[in-house]
Design a protein around this ligand. Sequence first.
Ligand code: SAH
Ligand code: SF4
Length: 399
Amino acid sequence: MTSPRVNLLDFDADQMAAYVAGLNEKPFRAKQLLQWIHQRGVSNINDMSDLAKSFRAILLEKAEVVSLPVINDQCANDGTRKWLLDVGAGNAVEAVYIPEDDRGTLCISSQAGCAVNCRFCSTGRQGFSRNLTAGEIIGQLWFAEHLLRNDPLAVRRVEQYPTPGWEHTGRVISNVVLMGMGEPLLNYDNVVTALRLMLDDRAYGLSRRRVTVSTSGVVPMIDRLAQDCPVALAVSLHAPNDALRDQLVPLNQKYPLKELLAACERYLPFAPRDFLTFEYCMLDGVNDSDAQAKELIRLLNGIKCKVNLIPFNPFPDSGLKRSPPQRIQAFAHILLNAGMVATVRKTRGDDIAAACGQLAGDVIDRTRVRERAMHDTEIIQPEAQPVEWLKKLDSNFDD
Ligand code: SAH
Ligand code: SF4
């Protein structure tokens, strides 16, 4: 029986070097392979023309470049695009591309399902299927980046609003957020391999500030990430005290707020910006009162951060409702008046949200990543004079 081929998307630079060394090839072959695959989007080994024929023959026998099969591809009028990707055994995950004037963000998944089971998250409610491999994670960026280079809408955005320093690369995705399906820090090794490829100049060359890991608070892994690959960190908070967070984010029972916030403070010196983001999903009558806003201010006192308020996206049988817009604004203003930075996640691509409902009909309950990928815009400026680090934050904001 022939052994299965390795997926070259699974390897970061060091792993590729080790693989190539194992085939008795020189180290620069690893660099060539990374560039062919990630920079040029080539999957056919025969097309990698500057590799020796003999090396190509070995690779053809032993290796391949495969990303997850696409089940569905939807495009909204504003250019937002979603792919439903088959991860086998009847499961699917989603990747979402969100074009904006000054950036193109890709939201990717790290697991099929999620074991954390947050009360307000349909992914969690579906349970956990499996971790994605490193190749399946980076494969979402590989696939989207190279597909979108042929998408007139994406290319037009890049031409109209070139990202400084990127003029000649032809790249369309400038930011990646791990805010799709799954808890990235519970699939740590594979996520870090994928992160390394995102940052590697031989692959995607993204700056650390433009890659964000969102976590529900896996404390030991926050510390490891600081050492291994410190990218921008978003922490899903959702409650200002342990009693409520225990219910909304069950992982809080293992890593309560005190430990989580201590880990956040330890991460800060390694973070690519000098602040962290806290995500707070606005749930009507659950976590959105004035008193809870004030409790949140006390909780986060002294931590350099931005609070991102996310209007809840309802799903069937959640038993929860989105806070009304006025409530979200009032909550935000309490934070702002205390001198904090608060943003409200903008809902956009309404037509694709409708399509998303249809999607759930096609592929029942397998995935509902939905609008969590929506971008943190509509920055509400603090009325009070911002303190010194906030000014710095503003100037760093769009790097
Ligand atoms: N597991 C990670 C990353 C994926 S979830 C985490 O929890 O951070 C990404 C973001 O979407 C999180 O902030 C999460 O709280 C939020 N989210 C999940 N379900 C949501 C819903 N129904 N409406 C709005 N935001 C949601
Ligand atoms: Fe998992 Fe994040 Fe959903 Fe919680 S919010 S269940 S951690 S994907």
